[in-house]
Design a binder for this molecule. Structure first.
Ligand code: ZN
Ligand code: ZN
Ligand code: ZN
Length: 167
């Protein structure tokens, strides 16, 4: 599980790009410049990036940033499993385990908007089984849960303590 704060994020980006290149090579796909740069921009942080933010950044860098180009790049990255769409934020998140088949389970921090992905396939398996008992077939690919991440919780707790001292 990737932490969202206090880690060497350069390593996250590096390993995501390496995975993307290997994956594309295996599938005989091309990681074109705009696809690669889009992936890199989405990976700038663990905060999902909206299509329009991506578009603006690509335009700044002189890419052909016409919406169809950008949406095609996003579609490619999505179908290759290199990114996920976080529906509730209408934004895109890099996937740290693109080389394994999985569904996306997201923990979304309400305070810093970082998103952590859980990779436990067994959650999915047990949900499918439970739903099936009720004759229900789950078709969603993602589950999004909101709350506070460890770093924001810590901040909240220390703010509470200061408040207590002041009182
Ligand atoms: Zn990181
Ligand atoms: Zn993923
Ligand atoms: Zn947070």
């Amino acid at each position: 599980m990737a932490e969202t704060h206090n880690h060497n994020h350069g390593e996250c980006i590096e390993s995501a790009l390496a995975t993307a290149e290997a994956l594309c090579k295996n599938q005989g796909q091309k990681l074109t410049k705009v696809r690669r740069r889009s992936l890199e921009l989405i990976w700038q942080s663990h905060r999902p990036l909206g299509a329009y933010q991506l578009l603006a950044k690509l335009a700044e860098e002189g890419f052909n940033s016409a919406p169809p180009t950008v949406y095609r790049a996003l579609d490619f990255l999505l179908s290759a499993g290199l990114i996920h769409k976080v529906e509730s934020m209408n934004a895109y998140l890099g996937c740290a385990h693109a080389d394994k088949a999985h569904k996306g389970y997201f923990l979304i921090c309400d305070a810093c908007h970082n998103v952590m992905e859980l990779e436990y396939q067994d959650i999915h398996t047990s949900l499918l089984a439970k739903a099936k008992q009720h004759g229900f077939e789950i078709r969603a690919n993602t589950i999004e849960l909101t709350g506070l991440c460890a770093a924001c919780l810590e901040q909240e707790n220390s703010a509470d303590q200061l408040q207590d001292k002041a009182n």
